[in-house]
Write a protein that binds this ligand. Structure first.
Ligand SMILES: [Zn+2]
Length: 65
């Protein structure tokens, strides 16, 4: 299985769609990656489903507790 899956997300700041590579070797992960368009830090939350497809959700940094 390819450990890297490309997916498209919508930036929570500027709304632009950007392509990101998800590392599927981790079952659950959270990390910050700067938007390629507006350069603001997007918080990624990735959960792997049973079929090996990643579920990716994004939010802006200010929503962190
Ligand atoms: Zn952006």
């Amino acid at each position: 299985m390819n450990p890297l899956v490309e997916t498209t997300i919508s930036c929570p700041y500027c709304g632009e769609f950007i392509d990101v590579l998800i590392d599927c070797s981790e079952a659950q992960q959270e990390y910050i990656e700067d938007c390629q368009v507006c350069c603001r830090p997007i918080v990624f939350t990735v959960n792997m489903s049973n079929n090996g497809e990643p579920t990716v959700s994004v939010r802006d940094e200010n929503e962190i507790d």
